[in-house]
Ligand binder design. Structure first.
Ligand code: ATP
Ligand code: MG
Length: 282
Protein backbone atom coordinates (compact mmCIF):
# COMPACT_ATOMS: atom_id res chain seq x y z
CA UNK A 1 0.00 0.00 0.00
CA UNK A 2 2.83 2.38 0.84
CA UNK A 3 4.16 2.14 -2.71
CA UNK A 4 0.66 2.48 -4.08
CA UNK A 5 -0.01 5.54 -2.00
CA UNK A 6 3.27 7.15 -3.03
CA UNK A 7 2.58 6.43 -6.65
CA UNK A 8 -0.81 8.11 -6.48
CA UNK A 9 0.47 11.07 -4.50
CA UNK A 10 3.65 11.91 -6.33
CA UNK A 11 2.71 11.51 -9.94
CA UNK A 12 -0.49 13.52 -10.10
CA UNK A 13 0.76 17.06 -10.37
CA UNK A 14 -2.50 18.60 -11.54
CA UNK A 15 -5.61 16.93 -10.23
CA UNK A 16 -8.63 17.23 -12.52
CA UNK A 17 -11.77 18.66 -10.95
CA UNK A 18 -14.92 16.55 -10.64
CA UNK A 19 -16.67 18.54 -13.39
CA UNK A 20 -13.76 17.83 -15.70
CA UNK A 21 -13.89 14.09 -15.20
CA UNK A 22 -17.68 13.60 -14.96
CA UNK A 23 -19.23 11.72 -17.88
CA UNK A 24 -21.51 13.50 -20.31
CA UNK A 25 -24.98 11.97 -20.73
CA UNK A 26 -24.16 10.47 -24.14
CA UNK A 27 -21.10 8.69 -22.76
CA UNK A 28 -20.92 5.12 -21.58
CA UNK A 29 -21.04 4.35 -17.89
CA UNK A 30 -17.57 3.00 -17.20
CA UNK A 31 -17.59 0.42 -14.40
CA UNK A 32 -14.43 -1.10 -12.90
CA UNK A 33 -14.78 -4.44 -11.15
CA UNK A 34 -12.25 -4.27 -8.35
CA UNK A 35 -10.95 -6.37 -5.51
CA UNK A 36 -7.27 -7.10 -5.00
CA UNK A 37 -8.22 -10.46 -3.56
CA UNK A 38 -7.91 -13.18 -6.18
CA UNK A 39 -10.76 -15.39 -7.30
CA UNK A 40 -13.69 -13.43 -5.86
CA UNK A 41 -15.72 -13.32 -9.10
CA UNK A 42 -14.49 -10.13 -10.80
CA UNK A 43 -14.09 -11.73 -14.22
CA UNK A 44 -17.20 -13.90 -13.96
CA UNK A 45 -19.17 -10.79 -13.06
CA UNK A 46 -17.60 -8.60 -15.77
CA UNK A 47 -18.40 -11.19 -18.45
CA UNK A 48 -21.90 -12.18 -17.34
CA UNK A 49 -23.04 -8.72 -16.26
CA UNK A 50 -21.77 -7.52 -19.65
CA UNK A 51 -23.68 -10.27 -21.44
CA UNK A 52 -26.85 -9.53 -19.44
CA UNK A 53 -26.64 -5.81 -20.22
CA UNK A 54 -26.14 -6.63 -23.91
CA UNK A 55 -29.11 -9.00 -23.79
CA UNK A 56 -31.21 -6.13 -22.42
CA UNK A 57 -30.34 -4.20 -25.59
CA UNK A 58 -27.39 -2.12 -24.40
CA UNK A 59 -24.14 -1.71 -26.30
CA UNK A 60 -21.42 -3.06 -24.04
CA UNK A 61 -17.64 -3.08 -24.22
CA UNK A 62 -15.69 -5.43 -21.97
CA UNK A 63 -12.07 -4.40 -21.45
CA UNK A 64 -9.76 -7.11 -20.16
CA UNK A 65 -7.11 -5.30 -18.12
CA UNK A 66 -5.61 -8.44 -16.59
CA UNK A 67 -2.51 -10.28 -17.90
CA UNK A 68 -4.25 -13.53 -16.91
CA UNK A 69 -6.61 -12.76 -19.83
CA UNK A 70 -9.43 -14.72 -18.19
CA UNK A 71 -12.20 -12.45 -19.48
CA UNK A 72 -10.75 -12.79 -22.98
CA UNK A 73 -10.89 -16.58 -22.96
CA UNK A 74 -14.22 -16.60 -21.10
CA UNK A 75 -15.91 -14.95 -24.08
CA UNK A 76 -14.37 -17.41 -26.51
CA UNK A 77 -11.35 -15.42 -27.68
CA UNK A 78 -8.02 -17.26 -27.55
CA UNK A 79 -5.41 -14.94 -25.95
CA UNK A 80 -2.70 -16.68 -28.01
CA UNK A 81 -4.47 -15.76 -31.25
CA UNK A 82 -5.12 -12.11 -30.36
CA UNK A 83 -3.80 -9.71 -33.03
CA UNK A 84 -4.08 -6.48 -31.04
CA UNK A 85 -4.71 -6.21 -27.31
CA UNK A 86 -5.05 -3.81 -24.42
CA UNK A 87 -1.26 -4.05 -24.10
CA UNK A 88 -0.87 -2.38 -27.51
CA UNK A 89 -3.29 0.32 -26.37
CA UNK A 90 -1.51 1.03 -23.08
CA UNK A 91 1.95 1.31 -24.61
CA UNK A 92 0.57 3.60 -27.34
CA UNK A 93 1.14 1.17 -30.21
CA UNK A 94 -2.50 1.04 -31.37
CA UNK A 95 -5.61 3.14 -30.83
CA UNK A 96 -8.20 1.36 -28.67
CA UNK A 97 -10.76 1.31 -31.48
CA UNK A 98 -8.46 -0.91 -33.56
CA UNK A 99 -8.29 -3.48 -30.77
CA UNK A 100 -12.05 -3.98 -30.35
CA UNK A 101 -13.33 -7.40 -31.40
CA UNK A 102 -16.88 -8.74 -31.50
CA UNK A 103 -17.73 -11.65 -29.23
CA UNK A 104 -20.19 -14.39 -30.10
CA UNK A 105 -22.69 -12.69 -27.77
CA UNK A 106 -24.54 -10.02 -29.71
CA UNK A 107 -24.03 -6.51 -28.34
CA UNK A 108 -20.94 -7.48 -26.33
CA UNK A 109 -17.59 -6.28 -27.71
CA UNK A 110 -14.18 -6.96 -26.23
CA UNK A 111 -10.76 -5.40 -26.01
CA UNK A 112 -8.77 -8.55 -25.30
CA UNK A 113 -5.73 -9.03 -23.13
CA UNK A 114 -2.67 -11.23 -23.49
CA UNK A 115 0.03 -12.26 -21.00
CA UNK A 116 2.22 -9.47 -22.53
CA UNK A 117 0.22 -7.08 -20.41
CA UNK A 118 2.31 -8.07 -17.38
CA UNK A 119 5.12 -6.03 -18.95
CA UNK A 120 2.96 -2.93 -19.36
CA UNK A 121 2.88 -2.32 -15.64
CA UNK A 122 6.66 -1.88 -15.72
CA UNK A 123 6.81 -0.04 -19.06
CA UNK A 124 4.13 2.46 -18.02
CA UNK A 125 5.97 3.53 -14.88
CA UNK A 126 8.10 5.97 -16.85
CA UNK A 127 5.16 7.50 -18.72
CA UNK A 128 3.86 10.94 -17.91
CA UNK A 129 0.47 10.79 -16.16
CA UNK A 130 0.80 7.04 -16.14
CA UNK A 131 -2.39 6.52 -14.10
CA UNK A 132 -4.47 8.23 -16.82
CA UNK A 133 -3.26 6.16 -19.78
CA UNK A 134 -6.28 3.84 -19.98
CA UNK A 135 -8.75 6.68 -19.45
CA UNK A 136 -7.17 8.73 -22.23
CA UNK A 137 -7.18 5.86 -24.68
CA UNK A 138 -10.79 4.87 -23.96
CA UNK A 139 -12.08 8.43 -24.33
CA UNK A 140 -13.00 8.08 -28.03
CA UNK A 141 -14.90 4.86 -27.42
CA UNK A 142 -17.14 6.20 -24.68
CA UNK A 143 -19.72 7.59 -27.07
CA UNK A 144 -19.92 4.23 -28.91
CA UNK A 145 -21.20 2.26 -25.91
CA UNK A 146 -23.65 2.50 -23.05
CA UNK A 147 -21.61 0.40 -20.65
CA UNK A 148 -17.88 -0.22 -20.51
CA UNK A 149 -16.79 -2.88 -18.02
CA UNK A 150 -13.16 -2.99 -16.89
CA UNK A 151 -11.76 -6.24 -15.48
CA UNK A 152 -8.43 -5.56 -13.72
CA UNK A 153 -6.11 -8.08 -12.04
CA UNK A 154 -6.15 -9.03 -8.34
CA UNK A 155 -3.76 -6.33 -7.15
CA UNK A 156 -3.76 -2.64 -6.34
CA UNK A 157 -0.99 -1.98 -8.84
CA UNK A 158 -0.83 0.37 -11.80
CA UNK A 159 -3.30 -1.58 -13.95
CA UNK A 160 -5.99 -1.44 -11.27
CA UNK A 161 -5.22 2.25 -10.59
CA UNK A 162 -5.59 2.87 -14.34
CA UNK A 163 -8.95 1.08 -14.31
CA UNK A 164 -10.13 3.14 -11.31
CA UNK A 165 -8.94 6.34 -12.98
CA UNK A 166 -10.77 5.45 -16.20
CA UNK A 167 -14.00 4.49 -14.41
CA UNK A 168 -17.05 6.42 -13.25
CA UNK A 169 -18.06 3.61 -10.93
CA UNK A 170 -16.54 0.77 -8.94
CA UNK A 171 -18.33 -2.51 -8.36
CA UNK A 172 -16.72 -4.64 -5.65
CA UNK A 173 -17.40 -8.37 -5.76
CA UNK A 174 -17.03 -10.02 -2.36
CA UNK A 175 -16.89 -13.78 -2.04
CA UNK A 176 -19.25 -15.19 0.61
CA UNK A 177 -16.41 -17.04 2.33
CA UNK A 178 -14.31 -16.82 5.46
CA UNK A 179 -12.29 -13.53 5.58
CA UNK A 180 -14.49 -11.98 2.88
CA UNK A 181 -13.99 -8.47 4.25
CA UNK A 182 -10.24 -8.83 4.64
CA UNK A 183 -8.40 -6.31 2.49
CA UNK A 184 -11.53 -4.29 1.71
CA UNK A 185 -10.39 -1.33 3.80
CA UNK A 186 -7.21 -1.14 1.71
CA UNK A 187 -9.28 -1.29 -1.46
CA UNK A 188 -11.60 1.46 -0.22
CA UNK A 189 -8.56 3.53 0.79
CA UNK A 190 -7.19 3.16 -2.73
CA UNK A 191 -10.56 4.18 -4.20
CA UNK A 192 -10.47 7.28 -1.94
CA UNK A 193 -6.90 8.12 -3.01
CA UNK A 194 -7.79 7.76 -6.68
CA UNK A 195 -10.84 9.98 -6.16
CA UNK A 196 -8.77 12.56 -4.31
CA UNK A 197 -5.81 12.70 -6.69
CA UNK A 198 -6.80 11.30 -10.06
CA UNK A 199 -10.51 10.93 -10.69
CA UNK A 200 -12.83 13.07 -8.53
CA UNK A 201 -15.96 11.68 -10.24
CA UNK A 202 -15.30 8.09 -9.14
CA UNK A 203 -18.25 6.58 -7.26
CA UNK A 204 -18.84 3.33 -5.47
CA UNK A 205 -21.62 1.63 -7.41
CA UNK A 206 -22.05 -1.25 -5.03
CA UNK A 207 -20.81 -4.35 -3.29
CA UNK A 208 -21.82 -7.70 -4.75
CA UNK A 209 -21.92 -10.91 -2.74
CA UNK A 210 -20.69 -13.75 -4.96
CA UNK A 211 -20.35 -17.53 -4.75
CA UNK A 212 -23.05 -17.71 -2.12
CA UNK A 213 -23.63 -21.28 -1.03
CA UNK A 214 -27.20 -21.57 0.24
CA UNK A 215 -26.33 -24.77 2.08
CA UNK A 216 -23.80 -23.23 4.46
CA UNK A 217 -24.41 -21.12 7.52
CA UNK A 218 -21.08 -19.41 6.90
CA UNK A 219 -22.30 -17.91 3.62
CA UNK A 220 -25.38 -16.46 5.35
CA UNK A 221 -23.22 -15.07 8.15
CA UNK A 222 -20.78 -13.48 5.70
CA UNK A 223 -23.60 -11.95 3.66
CA UNK A 224 -25.10 -10.51 6.86
CA UNK A 225 -21.71 -9.09 7.86
CA UNK A 226 -21.22 -7.51 4.44
CA UNK A 227 -24.65 -5.88 4.79
CA UNK A 228 -23.82 -4.63 8.29
CA UNK A 229 -20.69 -3.00 6.90
CA UNK A 230 -21.97 -1.60 3.64
CA UNK A 231 -25.74 -1.27 4.16
CA UNK A 232 -27.62 -0.10 1.08
CA UNK A 233 -24.46 -0.24 -1.03
CA UNK A 234 -24.83 -4.02 -1.13
CA UNK A 235 -26.76 -5.22 -4.18
CA UNK A 236 -30.01 -7.02 -3.40
CA UNK A 237 -28.98 -9.60 -5.97
CA UNK A 238 -26.69 -12.28 -4.60
CA UNK A 239 -24.71 -14.47 -7.00
CA UNK A 240 -25.09 -18.11 -5.97
CA UNK A 241 -22.21 -20.58 -6.00
CA UNK A 242 -23.07 -22.59 -9.06
CA UNK A 243 -21.26 -25.37 -10.86
CA UNK A 244 -22.58 -24.02 -14.17
CA UNK A 245 -21.00 -20.59 -13.58
CA UNK A 246 -17.72 -22.34 -12.81
CA UNK A 247 -17.90 -24.50 -15.95
CA UNK A 248 -18.91 -21.86 -18.51
CA UNK A 249 -15.43 -20.23 -18.86
CA UNK A 250 -13.78 -23.45 -20.00
CA UNK A 251 -16.25 -23.57 -22.89
CA UNK A 252 -15.54 -19.95 -23.79
CA UNK A 253 -19.18 -19.11 -23.18
CA UNK A 254 -21.11 -16.65 -21.08
CA UNK A 255 -23.61 -18.25 -18.72
CA UNK A 256 -26.40 -17.13 -21.06
CA UNK A 257 -24.97 -19.33 -23.82
CA UNK A 258 -23.86 -22.18 -21.58
CA UNK A 259 -26.99 -22.54 -19.43
CA UNK A 260 -29.46 -19.68 -19.81
CA UNK A 261 -31.94 -21.23 -17.39
CA UNK A 262 -29.46 -21.73 -14.56
CA UNK A 263 -29.71 -19.89 -11.26
CA UNK A 264 -26.44 -18.13 -12.13
CA UNK A 265 -27.83 -16.77 -15.40
CA UNK A 266 -30.97 -15.54 -13.63
CA UNK A 267 -28.90 -13.86 -10.93
CA UNK A 268 -26.72 -12.01 -13.45
CA UNK A 269 -29.81 -10.89 -15.37
CA UNK A 270 -31.24 -9.49 -12.11
CA UNK A 271 -27.92 -7.82 -11.31
CA UNK A 272 -27.95 -6.09 -14.70
CA UNK A 273 -31.42 -4.68 -13.92
CA UNK A 274 -30.21 -3.46 -10.56
CA UNK A 275 -27.10 -1.86 -12.06
CA UNK A 276 -29.19 -0.04 -14.67
CA UNK A 277 -31.60 1.13 -11.95
CA UNK A 278 -28.76 2.45 -9.82
CA UNK A 279 -27.08 4.25 -12.71
CA UNK A 280 -30.14 5.59 -14.44
CA UNK A 281 -31.97 6.29 -11.19
CA UNK A 282 -35.01 4.44 -12.58
N1 ATP B 1 -20.78 -17.95 -8.58
C1 ATP B 1 -19.83 -18.85 -8.86
N2 ATP B 1 -20.04 -20.17 -8.63
C2 ATP B 1 -19.08 -21.08 -8.88
N3 ATP B 1 -17.87 -20.78 -9.39
C3 ATP B 1 -17.60 -19.49 -9.63
C4 ATP B 1 -18.56 -18.46 -9.39
N4 ATP B 1 -18.01 -17.28 -9.72
C5 ATP B 1 -16.77 -17.55 -10.16
N5 ATP B 1 -16.52 -18.87 -10.11
C6 ATP B 1 -15.27 -19.55 -10.46
O1 ATP B 1 -14.32 -19.17 -9.46
C7 ATP B 1 -13.06 -18.88 -10.07
C8 ATP B 1 -12.68 -17.42 -9.77
O2 ATP B 1 -13.64 -16.58 -10.39
P1 ATP B 1 -13.20 -15.31 -11.25
O3 ATP B 1 -12.14 -15.68 -12.22
O4 ATP B 1 -14.43 -14.67 -11.76
O5 ATP B 1 -12.57 -14.42 -10.09
P2 ATP B 1 -11.60 -13.16 -10.23
O6 ATP B 1 -11.87 -12.31 -9.05
O7 ATP B 1 -11.74 -12.55 -11.56
O8 ATP B 1 -10.17 -13.86 -10.13
P3 ATP B 1 -8.76 -13.12 -10.34
O9 ATP B 1 -8.58 -12.34 -9.09
O10 ATP B 1 -7.78 -14.24 -10.48
O11 ATP B 1 -8.89 -12.27 -11.54
C9 ATP B 1 -13.21 -19.19 -11.54
O12 ATP B 1 -12.78 -20.51 -11.77
C10 ATP B 1 -14.70 -19.07 -11.78
O13 ATP B 1 -15.15 -19.88 -12.85
MG1 MG C 1 -10.23 -12.11 -12.98
Amino acid sequence: MATQQRMVETSSKSTPRADETARSSSDAHVIALANQKGGVGKTTTAVNLGAALAMAGHRVLLVDVDPQANATSHVGCDPKAVAASIYDVLIGRRPAVECVVKTTWSGLDLIPSTPDLAGAEVEMVSLLAREHVLRRHLENLRSEYEYVLLDPPPSLGLLTVNALTAADNVLIPVQAEYLALEGLSRLLQTVDLVREHLNPALELLGVLVTMYDVRTRLAAEVAAEVRRHFGALVFETIIPRSVRLGEAPSFGETIFEYDPRSAGAQAYARLAEEVVRRLEGG
